[in-house]
Design a protein around this ligand. Structure first.
Ligand code: KG4
Ligand code: ZN
Length: 335
């Protein structure tokens, strides 16, 4: 079965064709990141405009590169929630237009579900149930994936998302948006024990995260050094920050795995590209004899292939929509 996947929830306009939820035939991404970098973050109005300009060409190219025509497609999957509302609306409206004119099923896909599905594209043997750490620019969840379309949120961030925390810490250190990747790179050259950073605790849940205190600690450390005329070793600060964030993500995920008796751990979302998190999770899983899966770096960020992959399983479950489908800015993964 061939699914066309369309993604426009943030700052990438993307489309892809995937066969049976597992085999990528094409995966086209038009990134707007260079333009948003001028402003230090995503400007929603600009994002919507660029999506509107790019989407037709991106979808055409995805079909061309896959060597298929629209008539050969079995379903049109689109990210409808959560994300920037104006940005989501471009993809949803375009997909609705395609579904209406072709008579193909319209498949609404939750953005975090699609990040999880990126793993199905890279790991043919991976099947639910498993425990998944979903870490992106907007979300940080520990999710029990019971089936392809059945989820339970076990832990979540109480404030900033992990990616947001990375980007804000990087920005404070003078790195351009989105700073997560640059911070990760510089961390490799630093000493992770050079700057002790707080380990924020969360009341009431063993698995919830809190990152905003950590971001503030980095900013305070920088201000403090500036006031005293002291030189900060940026690589050391990056390494210390990275060790702390990945430590928190790994610890809580291992706690949840132990409590739930899960032995298959999966990483998903933009931050799953982080080298510290991947290495920390690998070591923790190896120690406990857990199987670990993560998407290849090329599928960690937003893309259309992951939407098509999840779309396939949503279609099998009968989750299609009519022309009443609307974009939703905020929606739990369970709905
Ligand atoms: O999943 P994603 O592409 O978009 C959202 O759904 O939000 O995630 C983007 C986030 C950004 O905050 C970006 O800085 C972060 O993922 N990110 C990283 C790395 N690569 C991307 N954070 C830390 N280390 C990385 N290597
Ligand atoms: Zn994303």
């Amino acid at each position: 079965m061939l699914i066309l996947g369309i993604e426009s929830s943030c700052d990438e306009t993307a489309a892809a064709v995937v066969e049976d939820g597992r085999r990528v035939l094409s995966n086209v991404i038009a990134s707007q990141v260079e333009e948003h970098r001028l402003y230090g973050g995503v400007v929603p109005e600009i994002a919507s405009r660029r999506h509107a300009e790019a989407i037709d060409g991106v979808v055409r190219r995805a079909l061309e590169e896959a060597g298929v025509t629209l008539s050969q497609i079995d379903g049109i999957a689109v990210t409808y929630a959560p994300g920037l509302i104006g940005a989501l609306l471009v993809g949803v409206s375009f997909a609705k237009g395609l579904a209406l004119t072709t008579g193909k099923p319209l498949i609404p896909v939750h953005h975090l579900r699609s990040h999880i599905a990126a793993n199905y594209l890279a790991h043919p043997e991976l099947k639910p149930p498993f425990l998944c750490l979903v870490v992106s620019g907007g979300h940080s969840h520990i999710v029990q994936v019971k089936d392809y379309t059945q989820f339970e949120v076990i832990g979540r961030t109480r404030d900033d998302a992990a990616g947001e925390c990375y980007d804000k810490a990087a920005r404070a250190m003078g790195m351009p948006y989105p700073g997560g990747v640059a911070l990760d790179k510089l961390a490799a050259e630093g000493n992770p024990d050079a700057y002790p950073l707080p380990r924020p605790h969360v009341e009431g849940s063993r698995y919830d995260f809190s990152f905003s205190g950590l971001k503030t600690a980095v900013i305070n450390r920088l201000h403090n050094a500036e006031q005293k005329g002291e030189r900060i070793n940026k690589a050391d600060l990056c390494a210390s920050f990275q060790q702390r964030v990945s430590g928190m993500l790994v610890e809580n995920t291992m706690l949840a795995a132990e409590d739930l008796g899960a032995s298959t751990i999966v990483l998903a979302g933009g931050v799953s590209a982080n080298s510290g998190l991947r290495a920390g999770m690998e070591a923790a899983c190896a120690q406990r004899g857990y199987a670990l899966y993560a998407p290849p770096l090329s599928l960690c960020g937003d893309n259309g292939a992951m939407v098509a992959a999840q779309g396939y399983y949503e279609l099998l479950a009968g989750h299609t929509a009519g022309m009443e489908l609307n974009a939703i800015a905020s929606l739990p993964i369970t709905e």
